[in-house]
Design a protein. Structure first.
Lengths: 231, 445
C-alpha cells in the first residue's frame, strides 16, 4: 500500500497516509497490522476534564463566601462572621488539595492539616478579639495547639506501629511530628500558654512516640537518616 | 558458574542493603517532571510472532533480578532524590493508546520503567532518571533474550547479552560522571558552553490530550549508508542536517518575522569516549545550531553538523564539561538547598529559559547489537523519546540488523516536518515504510 503523494510505503493498517493524510485506495483483501493500540474512535482518549475537583470546590466555596458577605452585613453588621466562613473554606481547600487528592506521605499530610487547622483557629480568635473581646482569650495556645499536636502524634504513632512494614517511609515523619509536640511546653516557658495541662499531655505522648521509635526502630531510623539527609 | 553466582549475590546484597544516589545527569530529571511531561524514552522490539504476556511476565521477573540498578524506587530526600531498593513485584501492562504515559510510583508499582506488549511488540518505557538508552538497551536485550528462551527458541548470548546468570559487576552500577570527574579551577569551567543561546521554537497546534504522535520510518541501512558515503558524512550528520532542513523548509522559509537559530540537541554517548560499562546515565549533549538566514543547503548543514559534533566530542572538552556538571552538583550552596526549593528553581528556570534554548532533540542510538540467533526472531526495533510542549518534536534513530528505524515523536498535530523529511529521503532514493499511531486524526484505521 503506497501513498502516491509522498512516495512512501504504508506499513500499518490505515485509511489515510500518515504524512499527508490523503485518503488511500485500499484493496479490499488487504489486511495490514495495527502499529499501535487503536485510539477510541470519535474522541480523544483521556480528554482533559472540563473541570477538576479542585476547581469545582473553589468555585462553590467562593460562591458561598461571596453570598455570605451581604447576608452577614444585612443580618449581623456588628459581627463579621463571613471571615470565619472564608477561613473554613480555605481549610477545605487544603483538606482537598493537600490531603485527599495529594500523593504526599501521611506525615506531610498531617503537617498540612495541623498547620491549616491552627491557622483557622488563629483566624477565629483574631476576629473574636476584634469583634467580641469577651469571647477571645489564649484558648488557641492553651488548648487548640496542644490538641492538634496530641492528635498528630497519636495518629503518626499508631500508624507507625500498625504499618511497621513501611517503617522506613514513616519513621522520620513520626519522629519529626512528635518533636513538634514539645512546642506547647516551650510556649508555656515563654508565657504564651497559661493553662499547661494539655501541653504536658502533648509532651508526654510525644516522648512516648519518640522513645518507641528510637528503641524499636533504631536501625531503620539511622539508615533512613542517611538516605533522607544525604547531600 | 558458582563464582558468578557468588559474585552476583555479593553485588546484589550490597545493592539491596544500601540505597543509591542518582547519578549526576539523572538528578535533574525528577525535578523536571511536571503534570504533563516527564523525560521518558521507549525501546520497542517487534518480534516476528505474537507476544505471550504470561511468558513475558516470567521473563521480566527473571531479568529484573539481574539488573539491581533497575530494581529501584525513586524517593524524595531532604536535599536530593535517591533510589531505594524496590521489592515489589514487576508487572506487565497492556499497551496503552496514549504513548509515553507518565511513569509514576502508583502506576508502575514503584519502578521507573514500564514493560507492556501489543500484538508482536514488546514495549519498554524508561524514565530517564534510572538509565540512558544504552543502559536500557542492555536491559531490553536481556529481557527479549530470556523471553525467547522461555518460548523455546534456540538463542545464544554470544557474549552480547547480560544473561540472567551472568555476574553483576560494580562497574554497571557506577556513576561514571563521578569516576571521570577531575577537580578544575573556576576559570576552566565550561558553564557558557552548557548554557547555549536562544533557539527557534517549533510552532503548531498542541494536542489537547496526553500522549505523543509517533511516526516510524523504516528503511534499509545499506541504502542510507550509500547516500552518506556519497555525501561523505556519517548517518547522524546526514539525518541531522535533513532534520534541520525540514524544520527550515516547513516552518521558517516563508516566515516574515525574524526567527532564531535552529538548535538541535544531540546526545553524545560518553561510553564511546571514556572507559565505562555503566548502565546508568552517561551522556552529554551537543548543541548544533544553524542560522536560517545563512546558507541552508543540505551540504552546508552537513558541514555544520560535522563541525559541531567533531568539536563537542573532543575528549578534553567533554572532560571539562563533565567536571563542570559534577562541580555544579558538588557546589555547597546547591547541595544544601532543600529539595523542594531546588524543584521550584528548576521548574521556574525551565519554564522561562528551557523553551528558548532548544528547537528539537535528535538522538541516534546507533546499532542495537544482538546475537545472530536472536535476529531471526526479531523483525525490527524502534527507539523513541518523548516530546513536550516546549520541545514539541523529537527525532530518534536506531538500527538493528539491516533495518533502520527513524522515529518522530511530537506534541503537535501537524506532520509537515516529517513529510518534508520523508520527501528528501525518497528523493535521495531511499525506500521508506511508514507507520503511525495517528494521534492527530480520528478514524484513521
Amino acid at each position: 500500500m503506497r501513498c502516491k503523494y509522498c512516495n512512501i510505503e504504508i506499513g500499518c493498517q490505515s485509511k489515510v497516509c500518515p504524512l499527508c493524510h490523503e485518503k488511500l485506495h485500499l484493496p479490499a483483501e488487504l489486511d495490514m497490522p495495527h502499529a499501535y493500540p487503536q485510539k477510541p474512535a470519535g474522541k480523544h482518549p483521556k480528554k482533559r476534564k472540563l473541570f477538576s475537583a479542585r476547581s469545582l470546590y473553589l468555585s462553590i466555596a467562593l460562591t458561598i463566601f461571596i453570598l455570605c458577605i451581604p447576608i452577614n452585613l444585612l443580618t449581623t453588621p456588628d459581627l463579621y462572621w463571613f471571615a470565619i466562613v472564608g477561613a473554613v473554606g480555605a481549610y477545605g481547600f487544603v483538606l482537598l488539595h493537600h490531603t485527599i487528592l495529594s500523593n504526599n506521605s501521611i506525615g506531610i499530610k498531617i503537617v498540612w492539616q495541623g498547620i491549616s487547622i491552627l491557622v483557622v483557629l488563629l483566624a477565629v480568635n483574631f476576629l473574636l478579639k476584634k469583634q467580641a473581646p469577651e469571647l477571645a482569650s489564649t484558648w488557641v495556645w492553651d488548648y487548640g495547639l496542644p490538641s492538634i499536636l496530641i492528635i498528630a502524634s497519636l495518629v503518626t504513632g499508631i500508624y507507625t506501629s500498625i504499618a511497621f512494614k513501611f517503617w522506613n517511609n514513616i519513621i522520620i515523619d513520626a519522629l519529626g511530628i512528635s518533636a513538634l509536640g514539645f512546642i506547647p511546653l516551650i510556649l508555656y516557658a515563654v508565657k504564651v500558654v497559661h493553662h499547661p495541662a494539655l501541653s504536658v499531655v502533648s509532651a508526654c505522648i510525644s516522648s512516648v512516640v519518640i522513645i518507641f521509635c528510637g528503641i524499636l526502630g533504631r536501625r531503620t531510623l539511622i539508615s533512613e537518616f542517611k538516605k533522607k539527609f544525604h547531600f | 558458574m558458582n563464582t558468578a553466582k557468588f559474585r552476583n549475590k555479593d553485588v546484589m546484597a550490597k545493592s539491596l542493603e544500601t540505597w543509591s544516589k542518582l547519578d549526576n545527569s539523572a538528578k535533574i530529571y525528577p525535578m523536571l517532571v511536571s503534570k504533563k511531561s516527564q523525560n521518558i524514552f521507549r525501546l520497542t522490539v517487534n518480534l516476528k510472532e505474537k507476544v505471550d504476556g504470561e511468558i513475558l511476565h516470567n521473563a521480566l521477573t527473571m531479568t529484573i533480578n539481574r539488573f539491581p540498578g533497575f530494581q529501584v524506587r525513586l524517593m524524595k530526600g531532604a536535599f536530593w532524590y535517591y533510589f531505594d531498593h524496590n521489592a515489589s513485584k514487576v508487572k506487565i501492562y497492556p499497551a496503552d493508546a496514549t504513548s509515553f504515559k507518565k511513569i509514576t510510583d502508583r502506576n508502575c508499582n514503584g519502578y521507573c520503567f514500564r514493560v507492556s506488549f501489543f500484538k508482536n511488540q514488546i514495549i519498554c518505557d524508561f524514565f530517564h532518571a534510572i538509565c540512558d538508552a544504552t543502559g536500557a538497551a542492555e536491559f531490553v536485550k536481556s529481557l527479549v533474550y530470556t523471553y525467547l528462551n522461555l518460548t523455546g527458541k534456540d538463542v545464544y548470548s554470544d557474549k552480547k547479552i547480560l544473561t540472567v546468570g551472568s555476574p553483576i559487576t560494580q562497574e554497571e552500577l557506577e556513576d561514571s560522571f563521578l569516576a571521570n570527574y577531575k577537580k578544575v579551577s573556576l576559570k576552566k569551567l565550561k558553564v557558557k558552553d552548557l548554557q547555549g543561546k536562544k533557539a527557534y521554537h517549533i510552532n503548531g497546534i498542541l494536542f489537547n490530550n496526553a500522549g505523543n504522535g509517533i511516526i516510524h520510518m523504516y528503511c534499509d541501512v545499506k541504502q542510507i549508508l550509500a547516500v552518506c558515503h556519497e555525501r561523505k558524512c556519517t548517518m547522524t550528520e546526514y539525518l541531522g542536517a535533513l532534520f534541520m532542513l525540514s524544520i527550515y523548509e516547513s516552518q521558517i522559509k516563508d516566515k516574515v518575522s525574524q526567527a532564531n537559530d535552529i538548535q538541535l540537541f544531540v546526545p553524545i554517548n560518553l561510553r564511546k569516549i571514556f572507559p565505562s560499562k555503566t548502565l546508568r546515565n552517561f551522556s552529554l549533549f551537543s548543541r548544533v545550531g544553524a542560522n536560517p538566514y545563512e546558507d541552508m543547503s543540505l551540504d552546508k548543514l552537513i558541514e555544520i553538523m560535522h563541525e559541531s559534533l567533531k568539536k563537542d566530542t573532543d575528549k578534553a572538552l567533554l572532560k571539562d564539561k563533565i567536571s563542570t556538571t559534577v562541580w555544579a552538583e558538588k557546589f555547597f550552596l546547591v547541595r544544601f538547598i532543600p529539595l523542594f526549593l531546588k524543584r521550584i528553581f528548576f521548574n521556574f528556570s525551565n519554564m522561562f529559559f528551557g523553551k528558548t534554548k532548544k528547537t528539537a532533540t535528535l538522538s541516534n542510538f546507533g546499532v542495537l547489537d544482538i546475537p545472530d540467533s536472536m535476529k531471526e526472531h526479531i523483525d525490527s526495533v524502534s527507539f523513541a523519546i518523548s516530546s513536550n510542549a516546549t520541545t514539541p518534536l523529537s527525532l530518534s534513530i536506531i538500527s538493528c540488523d539491516d533495518k533502520l528505524c527513524i522515529t518522530f515523536t511530537r506534541r503537535i498535530t501537524e506532520t509537515d516536518i516529517e513529510r518534508t523529511f520523508a520527501k528528501y529521503l525518497t528523493d535521495d532514493g531511499i525506500d521508506l515504510t511508514v507507520t503511525s499511531n495517528f494521534w492527530e486524526v480520528d478514524n484513521a484505521l
